[in-house]
Every structure is written in structure tokens, then in C-alpha cells.
Design a protein around this ligand. Sequence first.
Ligand code: SF4
Length: 256
Amino acid sequence: MSGASLAAERLLRETEGLADEAFIAAVARSFPGRIAFASSLGPEDQVLTHLLMAQDPGIPIFTLDTGRLPEETYELIQETRSFFGKEIELVFPDSAEVEELVRERGPNLFYESVDNRKACCNARKVLPLKRKLAGYDAWITGLRRSQSVTRGGLARVEHDAANDKVKINPLVDWSREAVWSYLRAHALPYNKLHDRGFPSIGCAPCTRAVRPGEDERAGRWWWERADQRECGIHVQDGKVTRRRIEVENVRAPRQA
Ligand code: SF4
């Protein structure tokens, strides 16, 4: 059992039953200078930024800039920096890795097969995150259990086996309604695409609006099976993508 795994178990035990603010304060105290928040600028992340700024404004915040984000997300990054007076560091992929992938498989490779999509996510998200996390013992995310079928087993504190770090998901029990209620009550900035039917926003070519009644992450990699729709940065111990990829060479249907 690694040190990170033991630390995760201990923290989970010590913080059981704590309310959100007390939990975040305890997390910040447990990893002074060794923890960062990986924000994807979703509504959960904006709520978490607000909570973190109240408990420990020194915790660094970064986001993965894949190079394929929608313009509205860059606008939100700018707005968020101003609103909180806090730097949102942009973490970029390794240009040589992306260039090689694009040279070999094309700029829109992700529509051609699940393997291609995962290779793109790996180069633009998974590897940059791994490099960034090398400087920390723990990281914070805005994941919630009810976001999709792939996230039902999340815990508030986990061991991120892929990176051997402690992973903290403070909003794991929050509902979508609770997130939006908090966001509106505090007039926090949010991505304008949410007002156009995009409940979950990732890279521009891999995100579409959802239809009434659809899962809130149904617009992410919509051409793939629901239980495969994770980019890889939140997959651990086979819990999210346990099943072997069965669908290959799937062409993307036209967006609705
Ligand atoms: S979401 Fe799409 S564009 Fe973004 S890294 Fe993954 S496959 Fe590439």
C-alpha cells in the first residue's frame, strides 16, 4: 500500500461527517503547499473555487488547456480570474506529442475510433495532468456522483492509483440543482454555453447540447457508448472503464 493510499484512507476516516467548509479546511491543513485544484470551469468547479477561496485562497488552481476548448471557456477563464482575483494557471500538452498524433492520425482523429479518441485525450489531458500532479501529493476535483453512469462509485476522498495521489472530490454528494442554486446565490461566473443546452462542457469538437431527458454528460463524446465517456483522467482501478473497448471505427453522427 503506497503512502498516498494510506493518506487517503486516513483523511477519509478523519473527515467523515464534516460539513463542506470544515471538510475543505481539513483537506487544506492536511497538505500545506502540496495540493492543487484541477478546475474544468464547470459549475461545480466554480462553486469549489468559491469555497476554496473562503477556506484557503493560497491553494493553486489550474486547468488543462487542450488547445481545442470552446471560445466561451476561454472567456470564462478570463472572467473567473477577474471575479476571484486569482490566477487560473493553464496547463498545456507537450507540443511534440500532439504534433506527432495529428501528423499520423489527423486533427479530428477522435471521430474515427475509440482508440483514436483516447489517444487524443491522453496527449492533451492525461499526460499533462500527470506531469502537473508530479509536484503535489493531492488534488481536488469537482466530480459528482450523479453526473453520469460512470461516476456513481465516487467517494469524497479517494486514492488516485494512476497518479498515486490523494484525490479529493468535495462535492461528490451534491446534486446538479444544489450546485446551480449555490452558483446563482453567489452570482458566480459560469460558461455561457450552459444557457444553450450544454450541461457539461469539454473540448469543442467533442461536446454537443443535450436533448430533454438525456444524461447531463450525454453530450460528451456523444457518438460513444455511455459507459466509455471518460477522458482517462478520472479512471482508476478499472472502476470507470472496466469493460474492454468493443466499439471501434465508430464514425461520429451529425450533431443535433
Ligand atoms: S475531448 Fe476530444 S479534442 Fe479534447 S482531448 Fe479528448 S478527444 Fe481530444
